[in-house]
Design a binder for this molecule. Structure first.
Ligand SMILES: [Zn+2]
Ligand SMILES: [Zn+2]
Length: 303
């Protein structure tokens, strides 16, 4: 049986080069594919492969003084969902262009973490809470929390500039709950938000994935969860709705394809019906049909 495992840990790493060599040897020995990023503020991995090999990986990590107590999220999939094994040393484990302070306990001065059940209690007590999507526009286009603000950004690195926009200033006094796929981006993002003067910042512990495991499509989550591997979109139950919009016909869809124009190759929402026709396997710009303006990058306004 094959599986995919995701994890991260913010912790000071004094010798990232030796961690790199150790990870490379370990993953190669276990025949794993996927991606591991190492930096002097922590480690972040998404690995696929044989379930037993992944459990051995976890056991080996737990024996390491820096990486014990790492939380692992298991997901359906296999090593074949990744093109290769890639292990890299970077300045950050998730590229925000702004580095949080990190101690043995994790990020210093980040947003308080709310587990999925605690989030529901929090919302009851704080009805003026605003959900804030910590992901990119193409991710929130197919799934988001109810009434969430979905910043129109293409890259996580755009957040430092995005957050300075006047439209977010009203949020500085309100309770704000951020979320992302597995929680890692919110760790850095909430620390940045607090630094920028957002006073009541919280984050969903474990992100959309943990929330979806607990509440599926019965809570505040709507749509599908975008993932950065071959699967592209995950539904939490058979009740998962499509909230994305086909660029050609306006039908609700979560079906991403890469624009068939190789020079473009950008991700574009094309419904199953339109995608049957080869001439429509293009983004709006490169489509020969070209009648309906692309709507999959709408900007949310702050209210
Ligand atoms: Zn369509
Ligand atoms: Zn295109």
């Amino acid at each position: 049986m094959e599986k995919i495992v995701l994890y991260y840990k913010f912790v000071p790493v004094s010798d990232s080069e030796s961690v790199y060599l150790w990870q490379k040897a370990l993953c190669e020995k276990l025949g794993l594919k996927g991606r591991v990023l190492i930096s002097n503020i922590g480690i972040n991995g998404t690995l696929g492969g044989d379930f037993k090999a992944l459990k051995m990986y976890k056991r080996t990590m737990n024996e390491h003084s820096l990486f014990k107590d790492t939380v692992y999220k298991w997901s359906d999939g296999s090593g074949d969902d990744f093109p290769r094994l890639s292990i890299k040393v970077r300045t950050e484990i998730v590229t925000l262009g702004w580095k949080p302070r990190v101690s043995e306990k994790g990020i210093v001065d980040g947003g308080r973490k709310l587990k999925p059940a605690a989030l529901h209690k929090f919302l009851e007590k704080n009805p003026d809470t605003v959900f804030f999507d910590g992901r990119n526009n193409y991710e929130s286009a197919i799934g988001k929390f109810k009434n969430a603000l979905t910043p129109n950004i293409n890259n996580f690195r755009d957040f430092p500039e995005e957050l300075d926009k006047a439209k977010y200033s009203k949020l500085k006094e309100k309770p704000v709950v951020t979320y992302c796929t597995g929680g890692i981006r919110c760790e850095s993002l909430t620390a940045l938000m607090k630094r920028k003067g957002f006073k009541r910042v919280y984050q969903i512990d474990g992100g959309i994935v943990k929330y979806g495991e607990k509440f599926g499509d019965e809570g505040f989550w709507q749509g599908k969860c975008f993932v950065f591997d071959k699967r592209l979109a995950l539904g939490f139950s058979d009740k998962a709705k499509d909230i994305g919009i086909c660029v050609h016909c306006d039908t609700k869809t979560s079906n991403y394809i890469n624009c068939a124009n190789k020079a473009c190759n950008k991700l574009v929402l094309v419904c199953d019906k339109c995608a049957i026709d080869k001439s429509e396997q293009y983004c709006h710009e490169h489509s020969r049909i070209n009648t309906i303006p692309s709507r999959n990058t709408r900007v949310a306004e702050v209210s």
